[in-house]
Design a protein around this ligand. Structure first.
Ligand SMILES: Cc1cc2nc3c(=O)[nH]c(=O)nc-3n(C[C@H](O)[C@H](O)[C@H](O)COP(=O)(O)OP(=O)(O)OC[C@H]3O[C@@H](n4cnc5c(N)ncnc54)[C@H](O)[C@@H]3O)c2cc1C
Length: 396
């Protein structure tokens, strides 16, 4: 299928101009006036010679896509390649890829899909996701263009920021230049939109002397994905630092939720089908040097045991109930079953950590998915433990 970029009306005009050019080349119609705003020729009036079948084939592909895309409320790409948007660099295409730039655009995009009877899939950094090869039907909404992080600024009356929690502008816009920023230590909080990358969040917090969040250093992905997954580990979880999360609910409205209302669990933000638009995070003021030192220590430990510099989708399996597994995590179980280094195509169980499958270069999603199933089946056979997937899969 051909790729069509640009505003739909322009695409139609370009396609028709191409056909007119073809006709002119054959001497069958007058030369079009470049830049003319005259109405496009009417096929039924016989101004153009009937197009050949190759043109009609393309036109029938182009026209439905254009009418469909005409009302998307944000940047949209038909048949977009998703693999570059995943950390593992595997996977196929999707019928429509939408890229909102603000929470409001995200909400409009979600609602536009739902009005068409589609349930959009939300793509963050693609760091815990495997997308099947081929073409996914429907719509994926990516948050990559929503990479914005804000300080919470004081209210204009200088009474602090508490009023702004009720004020949607605190979530979505920088304040007017008339308001001086407060001392960062007085209000150690940040507002991040869904596409804020976790590494940039951790760095920004360190630079402001905001401690605690360094526990998630080394975790790739976006804030929205991190909230949805409750990303974290030994050194803390993202939800430990969430004061409020703004989601798009089932009715397509913004809804603000506290951790007490959400009750996130292990690698599960417990948000169901709600879409994360933004979050307010809180921190503990701490000396920057101390935060930096802790980041280094955590990274040193992670680098020693995880294939952090390789293309992967993070941990494949959740750790099982440790009582059942005799205290062994998922990676240890895979290791004990002798499966480290097992490969299908270019997909391989990391020799460094049994719970990571890495792409050695040209792996296809099919290889990765088959390898994961093979490992799961073998662990079940050898230990009787059914490992549960942590990684998300978009198969059809
Ligand atoms: C090298 C490496 C190391 C990792 N280490 C860790 C680790 O230590 N701890 C850990 O927890 N994870 C780890 N991960 C996994 C991954 O980084 C986290 O799960 C991260 O939070 C995924 O975020 P993402 O934006 O990439 O989400 P994606 O992979 O894009 O999506 C994951 C899921 O979240 C959903 N989602 C994404 N954005 C939104 C949104 N805005 N609203 C609602 N749902 C959304 C998606 O639909 C999907 O179901 C690691 C991954 C890699 C590659």
């Amino acid at each position: 299928m051909c790729m069509v970029r640009g505003r739909p009306s322009m695409v139609v005009k370009r396609a028709l101009r191409t056909w007119r050019w073809v006709c002119v080349g054959r001497g069958s119609m007058p030369q079009p006036v470049e830049g003319s705003r005259r109405p496009l020729p009417n096929w039924s009036r016989g101004l153009l010679t009937p197009p050949p079948s190759w043109f009609l084939e393309r036109a029938t592909l182009i026209v439905p896509m254009m009418t469909f895309s005409a009302s998307w409320p944000c940047a949209s790409t038909p048949e977009a390649d998703l693999s570059p948007h995943t950390f593992m660099r595997v996977g196929g295409r999707v019928e429509w890829f939408l890229e909102p730039t603000t929470p409001e655009e995200l909400r409009s995009a979600v609602n536009a899909c739902r009005e068409r009877g589609l349930a959009p899939r939300i793509l963050g950094g693609g760091a815990n996701l495997i997308i099947a090869d081929g073409i996914l039907p429907g719509v994926v909404i990516g948050t990559g263009r929503m990479n914005r992080l804000f300080r919470i600024w004081p209210a204009v009356d200088g009474e602090g920021s508490s009023d702004q929690e009720q004020d949607p502008s605190a979530w979505s816009a920088e304040p007017s230049g008339r308001v001086a920023p407060a001392d960062p230590a007085l209000d150690p909080r940040l507002v991040g939109w869904a596409g804020t990358t976790l590494p940039s969040l951790v760095r920004a917090a360190r630079d402001l002397g905001y401690g605690g969040i360094e526990g998630v250093v080394g975790i790739p992905g976006h804030l929205g994905g991190g909230v949805a997954m409750n990303a974290g580990g030994h050194w803390g979880e993202l939800w430990d630092h969430i004061e409020l999360v703004r989601v798009i609910d089932e009715e397509g409205e913004f809804l603000d939720l506290t951790p007490e209302q959400v009750q996130p669990g292990y690698r599960n933000g417990n948000l169901g089908t709600r879409v994360v638009a933004a979050a307010i995070l809180h921190f503990e003021p701490a000396p920057k040097a101390l935060i930096e030192q802790r980041m280094r220590e955590i990274l040193r430990e992670k680098n020693a045991v995880q294939p952090v510099s390789e293309r992967s989708a993070g941990c494949v399996f959740k750790n099982p109930d440790l009582e059942v597994s005799g205290g062994r995590g998922a990676g240890r179980l895979v290791d004990d079953c002798g499966l480290k280094g097992r490969s299908i195509g270019d997909a391989m169980v990391s020799p460094l950590h049994g719970n990571f499958v890495v792409n050695r270069g040209a792996a296809r999603a099919t290889d990765v998915l088959a390898l994961i199933e093979e490992v799961r089946a073998e662990v079940a056979q050898q230990t009787g433990i059914e490992l549960e997937l942590e990684v998300k899969r978009w198969l059809d």
